[in-house]
Design a protein around this ligand. Structure first.
Ligand SMILES: [Zn+2]
Length: 130
C-alpha cells in the first residue's frame, strides 16, 4: 500500500512538471503567434503604402514605356528595369562590353535603353560608369 502511494505521488509530481512545461511552451507559441500577427500587419501596411507610391510614380511614366516595363516585369521575374551600375546591368549582373557602353554614351538622355543580355530597361545614373 505504501509503495502504491509513493508511486502515485511520484506520478502526480511528473504530471505537474509536464503540465508546467506544456504551459511554458504554449506561452512561447502564443508569443510567437502574436509577433507573427503584428509583423503581418506591418507588412500589409507597407504593401499598401508602396502600392500607392507606385501608382503615383506610374502616373508620371509615358503609357508606352509603362506597358513595356510591365511586359518585361512579367517576363523577368518581377524586375522590368535595372540600374546600370559600374558598367554592369543590375538585372542580370553582366558587365556591358565597350561597344554597348559607347552606344549608351552616345544615346540621348531620354532614350529608353535595353540590356542586350536580359532585355530589361537600363536606368542610367551618376554611378553607371559611363
Ligand atoms: Zn541585363
Amino acid at each position: 500500500m505504501l509503495e502504491i502511494m509513493e508511486r502515485h505521488e511520484a506520478a502526480g509530481e511528473r504530471v505537474s512538471d509536464l503540465t508546467d512545461r506544456v504551459a511554458s511552451v504554449q506561452a512561447k507559441v502564443d508569443d510567437a503567434a502574436a509577433r507573427r500577427t503584428a509583423a503581418t500587419g506591418e507588412i500589409d501596411a507597407e504593401i499598401e503604402r508602396l502600392a500607392k507610391e507606385r501608382e503615383v510614380v506610374a502616373g508620371s511614366v509615358p503609357a508606352d514605356l509603362l506597358a513595356l516595363y510591365d511586359k518585361l516585369r512579367g517576363q523577368q521575374g518581377g524586375v522590368g528595369a535595372a540600374k546600370l551600375y559600374q558598367r554592369r546591368c543590375e538585372g542580370c549582373r553582366l558587365e556591358l562590353n565597350i561597344t554597348e557602353l559607347n552606344e549608351i554614351r552616345a544615346a540621348a538622355a531620354d532614350e529608353v535603353l535595353r540590356c542586350e543580355n536580359c532585355r530589361r530597361i537600363l536606368v542610367r545614373a551618376a554611378d553607371s560608369g559611363l
